[in-house]
Ligand binder design. Sequence first.
Ligand code: ADP
Ligand code: MG
Length: 836
Amino acid sequence: MKPSLSKLQKFFRLEAQRNYDNRAVFGGLQRSLQNWDAEARADGLGEDLVNCITSKLRNYEKLMPRERGKTLIDIWLRIERETGIRSKGQRSRTKPAARKPASKSPSPPGPLSNKAGEGGIPDKGEAKKQTKIKEKRTSVSFRPHAEGESAALEAPTTVLNGVGPVNAERLEKLGIFTLRDMLYHFPRRYDDYSQQVRIRDLRYGMEVTVIGEVKRISKRQGKGRRFMTEAIVQDESGALRVNWFNQPWMIRNLDIGNQIVLSGKGDQYLGRLTMNNPEWDLLDKEQLHTNRIVPVYPLTADLGQRWLRGLMNRVVTHWAPRIPDPLPTSVIESANLEPLSEALLQAHFPDSQEEIQAARQRLAFDELFLLHLAVLQQKQVWQGQAAQRFDAPQDWLDAEIARLPYQLTGAQKRALADLLKDLDSGRPMNRLLQGDVGSGKTVVAALCMAAVTRTGAQAALMAPTSILAEQHFASLRTLMVGQGGLQPDELRLIIGSTPEPEKVEIRAGLQDGSIKVVVGTHTLIEDPILFSQLELVVIDEQHRFGVGQRAALRAKGTNPHLLVMTATPIPRSLSLTIYGDLDLSIIDEMPPGRQEVATHLLLPRERERAYKLIRREVEAGRQAFIIYPLIEEGETSEAKAAVDEQKRLKKEVFPNLKVELLHGRLGAEEKDKAMAAFRDGKAQVMVSTTVIEVGLDIPNATVMLVEGANRFGLAQLHQLRGRVGRGAEKSYCILIPDHEDAAENERLQALLETNDGFILAEKDLEQRGPGQFLGRQQSGFLDFRLASLSDARLIDKARRHAEQLLAVDPALSQPEHRELAAAVKNYLSDGKGDLS
Ligand code: ADP
Ligand code: MG
């Protein structure tokens, strides 16, 4: 590598290691690189490249650490592309597979190191018994001989003694096919029986372990064929009655005189302390079910907890220490993680609560780290492609903006600048434009489309419903047609209901290039449309589309620029994970003069006040939405059904009004008809489930009444609220929960307190988890075992380390990253990574 480049690389690495604090070198990066450009030129680097690097580094100091990381990665990728260098072979390290599994103590790691004595056993005799507990290590016995250890982990569960076809099938129901699957089948919870007490000190409700001798044991048949095994267990301090219900075989497990360990909860029977159904182990056997923090696994029918736990123990103690750790040591160290072997041991058979935390953190980190690597690598691929450049000369842009009926907000200008820069970058734009409902995303997209069509190229906009497509078509017509813009027939709309002859005409126009902008629904991709030169694809409300649909539209051009828009405020940590391969622009400012929607929380018994408001508004010529959470009354649900309610409202509440109905079970045409009737003012009240939540713009609607409001997420309610207040009139959002539950109402109060979608989204993520933010197609992708999408801190951390690693080894081609590269490849080939 040329000296100037290796110098740069060294700086970049140091910076990455320091989390981009700009202190890797004395005086900051740009200071120390003052004379670098001369060196680089002397090395024969291209003028363009040198200028690009120095200009990017000029502002380095002013950037946020995240931006800095991005800048350095960008620079390095460009260097690699232009010079063809690869950063491999820079460091050598032992292969992960060859690394010895680490353990904190010289003794064998994991579940069998017995720490029961630490609880402080008051009685000497007890302590002595403790030391008698043997460390017994069972190992997995293989029928066939496995070759590599990694390969052996892919062996089916039937290689285990005691697992035949029947049990294997039961395990499959839990998603366990191989030994590796077993390692990653984590406990559902843990019962902490690590506290040991004398029988005399057992109290009601305590979850503890006692040790004693079986004095008596008998079996009884209780009422209704219920078997009960009853035993008296005694230690020096006292005796305890123990009952096992419906486990008639217990009598065969125990004999009088056995020393046994019991773990469970102190209970009461006829005024005397007992233990019911405790876990048990013989004292001279390995204590797997008692006297420790005991894992409780998810089960399936016909699989016993005790059996599975025993099996897990055999597999985990044998294989966890032997599993190769795909994470490079540098990451393990700088991210302060536990080695994988230790984490797996501790996640299954932990020594302490702290160990559980550390283990689960490490394993959750792995999941997030892998995801970020996959997503970032995808981004690299994307950025490595070439795209047509479109510039927007200032005078042209000024004229376009001057034609608008309003001034752009600062946020719109900033977003527009991002987008125009992408269009002129020579790489395909891959950007998410996020902005609250009504923040004015359409006009920003329209200006981009104009920048593309002014050169004669084509743009397409896809919306999730016909109504939205029509709406966009209408706005684009006012924004783009005439006054030096498009001719009327250069902008067309194509939806399912477009008559066939017109479709034929549109297809022809797109193919010969006479149509410049087409707006449509999924018809755009289902129809055999060919474009002459599609260079910009805009997708509205992207979460309503599947990955395939987006890709299909993109495929109608050659590396077209892609802009996706969403009004769903997504917490930052989450958007990093779901949309991590997209660049992000946010419109976080509303156009001036918008009135805040007056939001009120009414109790169910105050409903009549809401109806009064609706009547008043309708009298003044306005319209109202009434939203219900479910379509039909379910047996288990008290939710109001839109269908039934519409009938009631029509008959009893608003007999003089036209009440439309909209719900998910209606066909697309019926839906469109209902929405069109409302849009055109033919109905005054729209009763609906949440299908209307997406982008519908009806400025004349001034009331949004949400029934069963407690059943909705805050972000969703905020979206619904955004359906009104779009015109000049004062608007209202009325929330009515199912019942007067104070806690729920408190949650809903947040909507009264803030109008900021992002704040509400953050709250929602905390309270209700990430599921509601995800489209159907994303749920598999984010199917984590341990990681939580609510854990912003860990998500950030994983992201940072993924960026740092890729900065050093963008293709993960260094030998020490081989395991990792394979894991990422696996991940992507599962159909997971491609989200955009
Ligand atoms: P959304 O971001 O929800 O898609 P739209 O693009 O539909 O928002 O814009 C909502 C409304 O605001 C439209 O009627 C649009 O004409 C108007 N609008 C957009 N930008 C501005 C602005 N800068 N000033 C005033 N009104 C604007
Ligand atoms: Mg919109």
